[in-house]
Design a protein around this ligand. Sequence first.
Ligand code: AMP
Ligand code: MG
Length: 184
Amino acid sequence: MEPVLIIIDLEATCCDDSSFPRSEMEIIEIGAVAVLEENGKVESEFGAFVRPIRNPKLHTFCTRLTSITQSEVDGVESFPIVMKQLVGWLGNFNEYTFCSWGAYDKNQFLQDCSFHQVPFPFGEAHRNLKKEFSSLINPKRKFGLGGAIRHLNLEFEGIHHRGIDDARNIARVYAHTIAPRRLQ
Ligand code: AMP
Ligand code: MG
């Protein structure tokens, strides 16, 4: 099987006051899209909500930002079980590289893996597609995902700040701009 990129976008508990520190943010959604490295064609998707443990009650700000509701995280599996499911899905691919828009998702993953004592399912390799896109388009600018989609004159598909939708839109940006530059 050809090499794939595993594009992951995480959503996490958050607040706009001092309810809890960043170091206590916890993943509440894993959105992942596997695309062919060669052209960005979507091969498979994985999406799951995760029940937070440290701050199980979602802050109003968090629901407003992500559109993820309390009932969507209540009663779903916690991080260790969802990670088993993710690792099972990763087993479909022989050769893959973890990618995300920025450095946040890798750091949040490492934080949750450490808190739950779950192995981090990727190696050292990580591609920061925000950095790659920004340096291709304008090295002086840092593009948010919404800004990148607008720059390409595309419409954002789905709901921005939902993990699976963000991951799908990152995949579209990859297919439109980064993949075609590979062979140049
Ligand atoms: P994103 O992938 O941009 O939707 O952001 C991932 C996570 O980062 C969100 O689920 C929030 O936990 C956090 N986050 C994003 N934007 C903000 C913000 N403006 N204020 C606080 N937390 C944020
Ligand atoms: Mg997101």
